[in-house]
Design a protein around this ligand. Structure first.
Ligand code: PMP
Length: 284
């Protein structure tokens, strides 16, 4: 059952309301987290709570709770929802102002929203044969230069994703000054000359929790890994391209700008890492 926690009150999602002067509504002045729940367990919860703290600090909202309190609240939300495979959203905005102005008002409390909704598709199992590689285009990365902050201001991501779907593809790989940054809601990896490569952490990309896990799994499998800049041309020279996110785990990319990546199918490195991912997930 979908459930919402809004500023201390548990309610049905469709009943949860915020005032129009909430700065999240007025300015997109807030940050968020997305946490997958597998078999009733919130996956990598501590990592998500830590990134939430970093995002809050970056936009100078005083964290309303400590890590243990956040964890307890998320676990309570999952329990109340009674869902086994679900997605938890945490959204924290600067709070409700008394008038619309850019300067941050003093003395207001952040708005805290947690929702849990069912996501039966998350329960993917080892050697899933239904994974269909994404088709992608490349697009200029016109987003702001604070990509490491997980802001609720997702206008640019929406523009990119909708431009991609209007062209009949799944998403876009973003290019800034000739280099790959990430996709509209995922991090990007390529396999080139047998090396598994992803752009380094910077303020131009979100520091994905799934990215970190997949890098750790690659190291453990003795796959050569490099965190370095990726030129756009390398996307076409790569034998495999894949993306990571909390919602899609590790997902292969089969076509970029209508050119096949490898043979356009799920590649061997993806298969190996996806298998390790599923094993890691089940062991949690
Ligand atoms: N980059 C962007 C822009 C994202 O929005 C996301 C999450 N949806 C990611 C990368 C992946 O991050 P994570 O693995 O923590 O979900």
């Amino acid at each position: 059952m979908a459930i919402a926690y809004l500023n201390g009150t548990w309610q049905a999602i469709e009943d949860a309301k915020i005032p129009i002067l909430d700065r999240g509504f007025m300015f997109g002045d807030g940050v968020y987290e997305v946490i997958p729940v597998y078999d009733g367990k919130a996956f990598l919860l501590a990592e998500h709570i830590q990134r939430l703290s970093l995002s809050l600090a970056e936009i100078k909202i005083i964290n309303p709770m400590d890590d243990a309190q956040w964890a307890e609240l998320v676990l309570r939300a999952v329990e109340k929802s009674m869902e086994t495979n679900a997605i938890v959203y945490i959204q924290v905005t600067r709070g409700v102002a008394t008038k619309r102005e850019h300067v941050w008002p003093e003395g207001i409390s952040p708005t805290i929203l947690i929702t849990v909704t069912a996501a039966p598709g998350l329960a993917r199992v080892y050697a899933d044969t239904t994974v269909k590689p994404y088709t992608m285009i490349t697009m200029e990365d016109f987003r702001w230069q604070r990509g490491h902050i997980k802001t609720t201001s997702l206008l640019a991501a929406g523009l990119i994703k909708n431009a991609a779907t209007a062209q009949g593809v799944d998403d876009a790989i973003l290019i800034r000054a000739g280099l790959v940054t990430e996709s509209s809601s995922s991090n990007v990896f390529i396999v080139i000359n047998g090396v598994f490569v992803t752009p380094p952490k910077s303020c131009l990309i979100l520091h994905g929790i799934t990215r970190d896990l997949v890098l750790m799994l690659a190291h453990k499998s003795d796959i050569a890994v490099e965190e370095r800049d990726i030129e756009e041309a390398e996307l076409y020279a790569a034998s495999e391209v894949m993306v990571t996110s909390s919602g899609r785990e590790l997902w292969p990319v089969g076509f970029i700008n209508e050119r096949a990546v490898g043979d356009g199918m799920c590649g061997p490195v993806w298969k190996m890492l996806d298998a390790s991912f599923q094993v890691y997930k089940e062991a949690q």
